[in-house]
Design a protein around this ligand. Structure first.
Ligand SMILES: [Zn+2]
Ligand SMILES: [Zn+2]
Length: 176
């Protein structure tokens, strides 16, 4: 195979990996909760969590790179009724914007860590629910990225500075 064709294929694979990284991260969170509730056999007690941690870091880096660039898969995934859908996702948009504020993120991560110390069965349930809330946070980030041109919080501006402040289209052109 020609070298540039190989590189092209590789960068395409990397872009696809970045595009699905939020889904993979969600799956990793669910797997981590499952491992916490049902510890694996002794032989795998180190390797499974370690493999999961490597997967989480790799997905996180891929997701950050994906969110900084253009993604044809995201552009293709924008629904035709984006404006109507965006009107229903106020909570997700608020969560995504909150995720751009370092203080909120630190408080959230501290709450996740504290949930580890909740005692008894209710503590286990609380811990699992707290960790699974990460899946919602990830979905919120994906939804916000995909529907950002229709996000009322971005349109209003000034809610926070950390979320991308790309210029917004006034028509239905996609901005990904
Ligand atoms: Zn994408
Ligand atoms: Zn927004």
């Amino acid at each position: 195979m020609h070298l540039s064709a190989m590189e092209d294929g590789r960068s395409r694979a990397l872009r696809l990996w970045g595009h699905v990284s939020a889904d993979l991260l969600s799956a990793a969170v669910v797997a981590a909760v499952a491992l916490g509730l049902y510890p694996p056999p002794a032989a795998l007690q180190l390797t499974l969590p370690a493999a999961l941690a490597v997967l989480v870091v790799a997905c996180w880096l891929a997701m950050r790179r994906h969110d900084r660039g253009l993604c044809e898969h995201c552009a293709a995934a924008v629904p035709l009724d984006a404006a109507q859908r965006a009107a229903r996702y106020g909570l997700r948009f608020r969560a995504a914007h909150a995720g751009g504020r370092p203080r909120v993120v630190v408080a959230y991560l501290a709450a996740l860590a504290l949930a580890n110390f909740a005692p008894g069965i209710p503590g286990h349930v609380l811990w699992a629910a707290a960790q699974l809330s990460l899946v919602y946070a990830l979905r919120a980030a994906v939804t916000h990225r995909r529907l950002q041109p229709w996000c009322p919080l971005c349109r209003g501006g000034g809610l926070d500075e950390t979320v991308s402040t790309d210029p917004l289209p006034s028509d239905d052109r996609q901005l990904v």
